[in-house]
Design a protein around this ligand. Sequence first.
Ligand code: WT7
Length: 650
Amino acid sequence: MPQYDSPDLSRFPNALIKNEAEYQRLCQWAKDDYEGFWAHQAKALINWRTPFKTTLDEKDAPSYRWFTEGTLNVSEQCLDRHLDKRKNKIALLFEGERGDRQAISYLELYYRVCQTANMLKEEFQLEKGDRVVLYMPMIPEAIVIMLACARLGVIHSIVFGGFSAEALHERIVDAKAKLVVTADGGFRHGQPYLLKPTVDQALAKGCSSVEATLVVRRNHQDVKYQPGRDFIYDLIVNEYETSCPAAELSSEDPLFLLYTSGSTGKPKGVQHSQAGYILWAQMTLKWVFDVQETDTFWCTADIGWITGHTYTVYGPLALGATTLIYEGVPMFPDAGRFWQIIERYKVNQFYTAPTAIRLLHKEGADLPEQHDLSSLRVLGTVGEPINPEAWQWYYEHVGNSQCAIVDTWWQTETGGNMVAPLPAWGGAKPGCAMRPLPGICAEILTPEGEKAKADQKGLLCVTRPWPSMLRTIWGDHDRFVNSYFSDVSYQGKAVYFSGDGALYDQDGHIWVTGRVDDVINVSGHRLGTAEIESAVAKHDDVAEVAVVSCHHDIKGEAIVAFVVLRDSSYDDIELKKSINTVVRAEIGAIASVEKFFMWSTPYQKSRSGKIVRRLLRSIVRKEELTQDISTLENPAIITDLESAVSMTKT
Ligand code: WT7
């Protein structure tokens, strides 16, 4: 097996960064003239209504402002500017789980977005700065509504359809949304499922800001509509004009909010801007994915996550590429579905998560060979560290050893790829994110703010602001400063700390080792331990709980709960099930606990009352314990715990 990828480099004749010298030249340019570098890119990739005056304003650091006094509209970048050259080009390909299909041209998408924007404005009186929450399946209407919001300067906040009514409620209330957009439901695993009743439940918990809901009919299930509050999208949208002026927005106006987990129980509304975000979405697609004019790009991420925002919707459309969306699950009707879709649409770039790669490998290692996947040039992975075995299978069996594998490290907060291999390089190592992209000052630092040496584990930081960084946490600017700019200083300045650990290898390449804070990554989904703990603790029989992660072959990490029960006489299996029912109602199925360790005596805290998560994690992972256990409130239980763990499968 090759140690490094050696894709067929002749397949990237138009790559923007063709070789090492070109990479070094760009890095040097950014180093010598940071603002000049970024100003050049912003002029080249954005059609400005009013040119910006200042490239980077650092005076209120860490509240950085980019491209100030410039005005633009992101929906114009994604639609209007393509109408001259590409009006009949397909912007959006849709494949429903049951095989229904749509191909939507740029002109058609433009008409639909304009009609929808007019409807939002006239029917729902939405204005610049208002918030709209989307709780949607992966269907074209979701993208139309995102772009319609962007057209008006309305801020969208998409909540992943797998979240519960409680989680949806919390996000609607925090964003003070005026409108919630949903669908009756969608299709998954060959079956219709419902979304609208979850919205009803969320609203029933009290969302005083919400004036109306808009429902797209997708699966025509029998859901209830509340007259006066609920509106059916397809019954009203066609009444509106197919042209709608795009609002002139400032570079720094918010484009969207996206809630993500942090180390406290309350999710953070990550706020992104207009210009910096749309600039970096395009640049990374060109550099990392080598997207060319005739390419079809497929990112499998749901629009409920940042990957879906940047690489399913905004990036490809801003570039005028063709983007593909698929409504369903990878396993329907079998583990060959993704390969069938790639073959059918002749997909050129495919971007997915390690968890999906591992699942498809396990369930159908030979299935890619049954399809013609020769259109593929770049295979991307994101969301968690990829194990070398999965990487190797992806490279050889999906990519036929001819494609570049790009292991892209980034976060909801960074807006786009930060550390990633470049396709025309060759030499990417399985499981290694390689090097920062030009202009990105990602560095591994020690907690004291020194640059880490080779093989020394450190903290992955970004030492200069970059255009697509988050601007704030919605409604809580202090939390923004405290969460990201208070842990690490570098050369006397507070720098952005990602929450990830990483190390440089002997070649100076970056290996991301995973979160070092209280965040767990299950199947590439980010969950806070505090969030899960507070859900588990809502169960009547639970006195105390501590949550950590363990290794999982498919999901990467899985959730382990150490529970202290109020009483010892419970039926284990039933109790575990009922705790998970509570977790599903509080957060969603993605937060279900995989393994429980339950006692009725307190054991998972130190005498000072602090949960000893690191110790518990070492026990679960069967690592040698280096921690001092004498400070525990009940040190004697460690032996019991270790033997309980040794009896479970890891
Ligand atoms: C966290 C961010 C970025 C879009 C999807 C997840 C982990 C992300 C990689 C990678 C190792 C990775 C990190 C990061 N992560 N990409 N290539 N290698 N780890 O976005 O929900 O904001 O999660 O995902 O731990 O901090 P997110």
